[in-house]
Design a protein around this ligand. Sequence first.
Ligand code: LIP
Length: 273
Amino acid sequence: MTTSQRAVATVDLDHLYTLARELGTEAARLIRSGREAALRDVDTKSDPTDVVTAMDRACERLLRERISAARPDDGVHGEEHDELPGTSGVRWIIDPIDGTVNYLYGLNHCCVSIAVEVDGELVVGVVTTPAGEQFHARRGGGAFVDDLPLHPAQPPRVGLALVATGFGYLTERRAQQGQVVAALLPQVRDIRRLGSAALDLCNVAAGKVDAYYEWGTHIWDWAAGVVICREAGACVRLPADDEGLVVAAAPTVAGELHEILDGLISPEWGVPA
Ligand code: LIP
């Protein structure tokens, strides 16, 4: 048994799972109820199009307060506030609003994304929409949306695959991503750009899209969705470094899609594989 396996074995996964689900529900209620007020306090980050609302920050504060109250020795890694180191080996990875632009515009495709890792191993993922729909999974326990089990679709080939993707905020990266999606489009059924990596990954797990790929995102965007995809039986490829290429796909098309993407993404762009 590896050190990490021992660590996971000694942590009460059921407690982490239950707590993550409860926090996801509470945080989703907050973002739903507070949207109008949040829209009066909007800032930008890496680019004028990269928005953050007062609700992003308030929701992450709520999650950090609840986590520290329940598990004071755990670490927290979130999108909007500084890293909180821990001593327990348990780290919470949170995106208080994934799909912030959608939230700003009043589009429903956004969520609260909460993941938990133990000694670097992702073991719990919970993605909750403002409407209260909750995708969730824990290692070895299967994946669900509310109480319904999730399984990926089985497209016979990439040419019949519905593929979700997303684009970064930086202009140069968007131009590169536009080249890739333009070349991919004739080779697949169709493309969907819905605006939330976490929910795109949940859609792969649920068979609502056949695959998702994107680079330029951060671990808080995809960590919870990755746990849900893995537990649903989808194939997941993660990058070695931050902002690298994340691919999740139905097993029937994963290999073919990887080959196509690896041929379309130029090594000159420096995208971590
Ligand atoms: C979003 C991601 C999405 C990506 C957007 C944005 P945010 O995260 O979930 O996949 O295409 O550009 O990065 O910024 O809403 O937390």
